[in-house]
Design a protein around this ligand. Structure first.
Ligand SMILES: Nc1nc2c(ncn2[C@@H]2O[C@H](COP(=O)(O)OP(=O)(O)O)[C@@H](O)[C@H]2O)c(=O)[nH]1
Ligand SMILES: [Mg+2]
Length: 357
């Protein structure tokens, strides 16, 4: 999963990127419209992995990973007709967004719109994304209609179906609603993937605040979206410290809990994915699969051979294992399951795949 950190210049994108990924990119960099991309991989904190680690005492522990991309160069009013070229392509290739919005006050850091107004800033970028998608839809419709004219009455059903869908998307976008809100089924979304619609992707809005306003929020009633806040500058500094030093620092600033880990968790949650686990003496490991995936697809996340040669999955539910206290207790309680190809993987499943290739 790859998430893009986006927002107006000086909203603190690079600062948040540093906080989430423990990186040390220079902040306050005058990118002034220049397209610039930085990538980092982070482990997703997972209390279940920690618990399983304590139970199995494995040689190795592996968390799932997320990729964060700091995307610089989105200038105020960029394009003013939808995003284009390289910039649009980069965004279209992502799985979701972390939209950084400025709440912190700092007279030395100019604001793209002079004043601090997070709701306005969110709306500004949202409308840019809506417009970008509308341009994509209209371009596609023109193509399809030209195609129809050329072929006359013999136009295939796939073409007329797509025209119908594009018109549906268009009507929705013209009402200034993100495509996420349309409630499309997984089936309907699949053929749309190639278009990289920006407003179809999940968004985590991160209000980048400071100690003068520790818990800001704004209303944002959209599907696949959430609003959280983070004290970017402080968290970026803390991310550079060892745990002991960080604890002293936090005590001093009255910070009870770091938000960076929480924000990583929230961004993972938004992606319509879930975690399942493999356990053993060698390794306790978290894996990612989409919600609703059948067992062989999850097996394929581990290795393609496990999907190809899938026979059965031995399943334990995380809660059962924790409640039972051990694998033996769980088995004695009749809670160790053998599942076939049709089994839909549940969040927290502990899986061992039987396969044959
Ligand atoms: N006081 C304060 N300053 C911040 C905060 N976050 C970012 N800044 C400052 O704002 C400027 C722009 O930050 P940067 O992360 O480079 O923003 P970007 O242009 O969105 O990548 C830098 O000078 C940062 O030090 C914050 O939470 N509090
Ligand atoms: Mg930056």
């Amino acid at each position: 999963m790859k998430l893009g950190i986006i927002g107006l210049p000086n909203s603190g994108k690079t600062t948040i990127f540093n906080a989430l990924t423990r990186s040390t990119l220079p902040t306050g960099a005058a990118t002034s419209g220049q397209f610039e991309v930085h990538t980092a991989v982070v482990s997703v904190p997972d209390a279940r992995v920690d618990r399983l680690k304590a139970m199995y005492n494995p040689k190795k522990t592996t968390y799932t990973q997320m990729v964060y991309v700091d995307i610089g160069g989105l200038e105020k009013g960029i394009g003013e007709g939808g995003l284009k070229g390289q910039f649009r392509n980069e965004l279209a290739g992502l799985d979701g967004f972390i939209h950084v919005v400025r709440v912190f006050k700092n007279d030395n850091v100019p604001h793209a719109y002079e004043t601090v107004d997070p709701a306005r800033d969110v709306a500004a970028l949202d409308s840019e994304f809506l417009l970008t998608d509308l341009v994509t839809v209209e371009t596609r419709l023109e193509r399809l209609e030209a195609d129809m004219r050329r072929k006359g009455r013999t136009a295939e059903k796939v073409v007329t179906d797509e025209i119908e869908m594009m018109n549906r998307l268009k009507a929705h976008l013209e009402e200034e609603k993100p495509l996420r809100d349309l409630g499309l089924t997984a089936e309907e979304i699949k053929p749309l993937k190639g278009y990289g619609f920006l407003t179809l992707k999940p968004v985590l809005i991160v209000l980048n605040t400071d100690e003068t306003n520790p818990n800001p929020t704004i209303p944002y009633e959209h599907a696949d979206s959430k609003v959280v806040s983070l004290q970017g500058a402080i968290e970026a500094e803390l991310s550079q410290l060892e745990a002991d030093d960080a604890a002293v620092f936090m005590e001093e600033y009255g910070i009870k809990e770091l938000s960076a880990a929480r924000v990583i968790g929230e961004s993972y949650e938004l992606m319509q994915i879930q975690s399942f686990y493999t356990v053993g003496e060698d390794e306790v490991r978290a894996w990612t699969v989409r919600r609703g995936a059948p067992a062989p697809e999850a097996a394929g996340a581990i290795h393609s051979d496990l999907q190809k040669g899938f026979i059965r999955a031995e399943i334990m539910h995380y809660e059962d294992l924790i409640n039972g206290g051990s694998e033996a207790a769980l088995k004695a309680a009749g809670k160790f399951y053998l599942q076939g190809k049709e089994y839909i993987v549940q969040d927290g499943d502990i899986m061992h795949v039987r396969f044959n290739v």
